[in-house]
Write a protein that binds this ligand. Structure first.
Ligand SMILES: Cc1cc2nc3c(=O)[nH]c(=O)nc-3n(C[C@H](O)[C@H](O)[C@H](O)COP(=O)(O)OP(=O)(O)OC[C@H]3O[C@@H](n4cnc5c(N)ncnc54)[C@H](O)[C@@H]3O)c2cc1C
Length: 334
């Protein structure tokens, strides 16, 4: 889709105390397909550190808001800031990434502005240009029902508020960097907006996480016990990856929910996903389908995951997984 020249996109930068969510760069990549002019909104103390990244992704101006209420994430305060920015800057499209926070903030903003909001879009087709949209409205394709169906919807003309489903596109820098010109933006925020506040943080293990790991070794009911995950841990460590699991595994108490892949777990997008002893139920598949390559290890050649995977090994994972690890080690030694 060619961008529409007179359209402007305001992209809300998601960050946690200055650490930008990688999905923000996916949203900026989509933003450039909608408009020649993409501006960013940074809420709280982050702007200077990421100006270079925003420039690389084609951002023209960075509207920066600072306030004591914004020291940490808070949905009401962030939503209010976005609403103020939309009233003042009148963008055509307001965009964020379709993460929990992105959806929460834009829902807050849309409610305050009394505007419609479409969450978790995978595609936008603008009207009035050559994008195939109808009239002034914007047509979107969005993920529904936890990813089991894609819905086409038309948003009415006026300001369009959308989030982009994580991993719907691959983030890519602009051919021509933007100026990322800093523009201080002042908002008077009522202290009462600090209603939902972060009271504490538990740091998860440092290093790669399930959501960002290049390799995920997933285990399902077929693994059989908590202890039997040890060979999957070894394979993951060998490849610089992490272990994930299905809900059958968390239901059995073999692993923590933080490791669960799927509709009610984490959506992953690694280069390689080993799905071992996992049947590939739809609720698991929607969390794994963005993987670049899937290698299923299963005793059942008819299992869903086997029919959908790029590669499959039909066999007992208790033999296959250690054999893969041993072969990788052997090749590295030789
Ligand atoms: C609302 C809702 C939300 C849900 N959300 C999620 C979610 O987020 N994530 C999720 O995973 N599930 C989710 N589920 C559950 C989902 O429907 C499935 O029940 C679950 O994914 C099944 O897990 P599994 O594949 O490990 O187990 P099973 O379906 O029992 O599959 C086990 C597989 O292991 C194979 N196997 C057995 N032994 C071996 C062996 N020795 N070697 C190799 N292969 C072997 C079998 O052939 C089979 O294919 C959800 C369900 C609901 C209703």
């Amino acid at each position: 889709m060619a961008p529409v020249a007179n359209r402007t996109v305001l992209a809300v930068v998601e960050h946690d105390r200055g650490t930008v969510a990688p999905t923000t760069f996916e949203a900026l990549t989509v933003a450039r397909t909608v408009s020649d002019r993409v501006d960013a909104l940074t809420i709280g103390a982050t702007a200077d550190a990421i100006a270079g990244d925003l420039a690389a992704y084609g951002v023209a101006s960075v509207h920066q808001v600072h306030d004591d209420v914004l020291t940490d994430y808070g949905p009401e305060a962030w939503g209010e800031v976005v609403a103020h920015a939309v009233r003042a800057l009148a963008p055509d499209v307001v965009m964020a990434s379709g993460t929990d926070r992105g959806n929460e903030v834009l829902a807050q903003a849309a409610a305050r502005l009394d505007l419609p909001f479409a969450a978790n879009c995978t595609e936008l087709r603008t009207g009035g240009g050559d994008g195939g949209g109808d009239g002034d409205g914007v047509e979107v394709t969005r993920i529904r029902w936890g990813g089991s169906l894609l819905e086409d919807a038309t948003l009415p003309g006026g300001i369009t508020i959308v989030t982009i489903a994580p991993h719907a596109v691959e983030a890519g820098p602009a051919a021509t960097p933007g100026a990322a010109e800093p523009v201080p933006f002042t908002v008077r925020l009522d202290r009462s907006l600090g209603r939902s506040v972060v009271r504490g943080r538990v740091e998860r293990e440092a290093g790669v996480t399930l959501a960002t790991a290049p390799v995920v070794v997933g285990g399902g009911r077929g693994v059989g016990s908590a202890e039997a995950f040890a060979p999957l841990e070894e394979l993951a460590a060998e490849l610089g990856g992490v272990v994930g699991c299905s809900r059958a595994v968390t239901n059995n108490g073999w692993r923590n929910h933080a490791d669960q892949v799927g509709q009610t777990g984490t959506r992953i997008a690694p280069e390689v996903y080993f799905a071992c002893g996992i049947s590939g139920a739809i609720q698991h598949w929607v969390g794994a389908m963005a993987s670049k390559h899937i290698i299923a290890v299963n005793t059942d050649r008819q299992a869903n995951i086997v029919t959908r995977a790029g590669y499959a090994v039909i066999g007992d994972l208790h033999e296959v997984v250690p054999a893969i690890t041993a072969e990788i080690r052997r090749r590295r030694r030789d």
